[in-house]
Design a protein around this ligand. Structure first.
Ligand SMILES: [Zn+2]
Length: 113
């Protein structure tokens, strides 16, 4: 359940943004989630909506984009993306080595009014 603290962090960041600029409210949030972060966007959204009640971010539209980690196959050397169920090479079913990993979540952009 670390989505609760993630949602709290996001809220801190966007509320800071509001008070440092001269903005009335947050209208949108684009968030990027790495597939190896273990974070579920829907859970973050759920907690964010709960925590942001009575703040200028309460009706922000959240969109999530998932970044997929990339692997290089140890036997055929093709580059492939990890799918949800397997990290094996989809071409030959061998194991692979991670070449690009996305393990974190970050805020891509904030829309304000
Ligand atoms: Zn392969």
């Amino acid at each position: 359940m670390h989505e609760l603290s993630i949602a709290a962090n996001i809220l801190d960041i966007v509320l800071n943004e509001i008070s440092s600029g001269n903005y009335k409210r947050i209208t949108g949030l684009d968030i990027i989630i790495g597939d190896l972060s273990g974070v579920v966007g829907d859970n973050v959204k759920y907690y964010f909506e709960m925590l942001s009640r009575d703040t200028p971010a309460w009706d922000a539209t959240m969109t999530f984009e998932y970044k997929k980690s990339k692997f290089r196959c140890n036997s055929c050397e093709k580059i492939y993306e990890r799918d949800s169920f397997s990290i094996l090479c989809p071409y030959c079913n061998s194991g692979g080595t991670v070449v690009e990993s996305y393990t974190s979540l970050y805020i891509e952009s904030i829309e304000v009014e």
